[in-house]
Design a protein around this ligand. Sequence first.
Ligand code: GDP
Length: 404
Amino acid sequence: MKPLVAIVGRPNVGKSTFFNRMIGERVAIVEDMPGTTRDRIYGDTDWNGREFTLIDTGGLELGSDIPVGQVGLDGQPGDIMKRVRAQAELAIEEADVIIFMVDLIVDALPPEQENPEGEEEEDVTRIAIVGRPNVGKSSLLNAILGFQRSIVSEVPGTTRDAIDIEFEYKDKKLVLIDTAGIRRRGRVGPGVEKYSVLRASRAIDRCDVALLVIDAGEGLAAQDTHIAGEIHEKAKGVVVIVNKWDLAQAQRREEREGIYADPDDEIESAERYRKIIAEGLKFIPYAPSVFTSAKTGYHVQSLLDAVLNISEMRYLRVPTSRLNEVVQEAVRRHNPTVFKGRVMKIYYATQTRVNPPTFVFFVNDPQALHFTYERYLENQLRHAFSFRGTGIRLQFRARPRSEK
Ligand code: GDP
C-alpha cells in the first residue's frame, strides 16, 4: 500500500488546483475508488521519488459554501471550520499525512514546464515498453537484455520500486524505463489494472521512444489505440512491435499445410498486418512497425536500430532558412482557405526545440488556423525532413504585421 496524503482546508484555498498540479496529466485516470466515499478524489503521484496517493477532499464542500464573515440563509454564520474539521477527521482516519492547505501554496510551486527534461541534447535514449498484458513485454525486455547482457546496469527509476536498466547498443546509451513494472505479472483486478495503466502512462511521460507491443495473434484492441493516442499527444517517438511473429507464422504455415517457411508468404502477411495497423492507428501514420519474436530473438536488433533512428530524428535541427523554404513552397501549393471569416497568413517559422522537434509559426491570426491545414503543414515538414517514427509539434503564434 502506498502512503495516503490528504489535502484539507477551507474552501477556495486552492486544494483542487494543488491536487491537479500534482497529478497533472494523470488526472484522466483519477476516479473514485470503490468502497470509499464518493466525495473524495484520489490520484497517484510522486515527489522526489516517493510514490503516494493524494486525496482531494474538495468534494466535501457540499452545497453552497458560506464565506467567512457572511451569514447563511438561516441567519447563522457559515460554519466553515466545522466542515473543515469534519474533512480533517475523515482524512485522519485513513491518511498517513495531511496537508492543511492555506492560501499561498500553489503560487509558491515552481512554474509548470512543458518538458522538464530540458532542451539540451542528452546522450541517452529512454525506452518505454507498453502494451496489454501477455503481449510479450517482459519477454521482449529479456530478449533485448539477453542480447546485450554484458553491459547492462540497473539504475533506480523515479519511483520507489521502479528500476531502469541502462545498456549500450552500437555505442549509444539506451535506458529501459521501469523494468520492475514490466516484469510485475500475475496480479489481476480493477485496482491493479488501473495501476498498470498509470505506470504505463508514467513510463510514456519519461520516455523518448515508446515501444507499443501488440500480439500478432490478437491484433489491435481499444487499449492499444488509447495508448497510441497518449504517445501521440505527448509527441513521443514510437515503434509498433508486432510480437509473437513466430507463432503467427507457424499458424499460417499450418493453415496452408506447408512445411517450409516461404519468405514471400511472410512478406505478404506482414503487409496485411501493416494495413491493419495503418487503419487502426491512423493518427500515428509515422510509426514504423517491426515484426518480432521475443522467443527466438527475431528482429530484436532491427527494433533497436529503429529506436536509434528515431532518437536521431528527435534531435534533428532544421535550419531556419530551409524550414521557411519548405513552408513557403507548401503555402504556394496550397493556400490556407477562409476559416472563421479570416485567412491565416504565415509570416515565418522557426524550430524552437528538439526532442520533440517543435516548430513555431508566426502568423497574423492563430484563430484562423483550420486543423486540416495544420495537418497539411505537419505532413509537409515530415515529408521534407523525414521525421519518421516521432511526434512533432507545431505551434502557431500571433505576430502583428509591423513586427515582421
Ligand atoms: P507481458 O505480460 O506483456 O509482459 O507478456 P510476457 O512477456 O509475460 O509473455 C506472455 C506469454 O507470451 C508468455 O508465456 C511468453 O512466453 C509468451 N511470449 C512472449 N513473446 C513471445 C514470442 O515472441 N513468441 C512466442 N511464441 N511466445 C511469446
